[in-house]
Design a protein around this ligand. Sequence first.
Ligand code: NAD
Ligand code: DAU
Length: 355
Amino acid sequence: MILVTGGAGFIGANFVLDWLAESDEPVINLDKLTYAGNLESLASLQDDPRHIFVQGDIADKELLKQLLSKYQPRAIINFAAESHVDRSIHAPEEFIQTNVMGTFHLLEVTRHYWEGLEAGDKENFRFLHVSTDEVYGSLHKTEPAFTETHAYQPNSPYSASKAASDHLVRSYYHTYGLPVLTTNCSNNYGPYHFPEKLIPLVIVNALAGKPLPIYGDGQQIRDWLYVKDHCSAIRCVVEAGQCGETYNVGGWNEMPNIEIVQTVCTLLDEHSPRADKQKYAQQISFVTDRLGHDRRYAIDAQKIQRELGWKPQETFATGIRKTVQWYLDNQTWLANVQSGAYREWLDKNYQGREV
Ligand code: NAD
Ligand code: DAU
């Protein structure tokens, strides 16, 4: 079996669902269930014996030791993290705690477990760390996309904490020989995305008749990847990646934020028109920029294609259409994640941003 951390979050839940759709190999899912963890995303696995959910922290060494000794996983995939840049600006400490210290404790316990495995199991074991393109910093418009050898230049507390975790993972390979792999992926979108992030936030606000907040001039560029393509890349790397290597994962789809929001508005106009027949784009509102806002990310995903044969299956046009439709079809999931805590976050992040 495999152990997945953070498997109740956006990408982790998609990964667990995809994994069990593709194979019968069981998954232990360790998740602290922070505000971002949501068991409703895994409701279809409720009675599935192949999914073992454990609520807990990746920084809890005793719990980790127990889980590894009991279940003897052949691989660990580390999704668990604090993941929202804006939250890292308001309150960075939890990012250091989970992303840095949590990853460190997970590595330490994994190392002891791996050292005690029989020769064959030891050789086949893998630790895959899921990371981000944000560790590479920001690109100017004409610079080439990030390759795996691009210098680390993180600019937010979030990306700095992810960079620190990547360095720790790398060091466990070079120092102890732990068979690690790291993936650095671009912006994901798709089902089960918590509506604090741009695309689901815009869908929720649009349908509720609220303003669609665009930070700064809306010309910041991200490279968008449909979440299921990220899941297939991780499966590919865990099975065939070279230990100690990093693999960039991206959608070859750079777009400015304003175009993303306009595309979502057009799809909503088509599938769920406003009662007053006006366009959703009228709700767009330019607000004060994010502090230290990175201007452009772009992933060069040639290495994973060349070495492992992976490339994305969805274009942005097909992926965003599926995504908007998923949110329209899953209004209960969406309503349930907009709890009191979610509304408090909206007040904290958006109140006082000048329009
Ligand atoms: P998310 O915030 O939606 O989910 C994170 C999950 O981790 C939640 O279920 C949460 O409960 C859990 N968690 C948090 N702290 C924990 C802890 N201490 N112990 C155990 N579980 C804990 O995040 P996501 O968007 O699904 O991202 C998953 C991973 O992928 C992160 O490592 C993130 O840095 C990385 N990543 C995300 C994107 C993206 O676009 N979302 C892109 C590239 C990489
Ligand atoms: O690049 C990968 C990263 O993508 C991941 O590592 C992070 O975990 C993930 O959250 C995401 O980070 P971003 O900051 O790029 O995603 P977010 O959805 O928060 O913002 C996308 C862009 O939209 C960014 O330029 C900021 C802008 N934005 C965001 C929000 C929430 C707005 O203009 N308005 C908003 O209200």
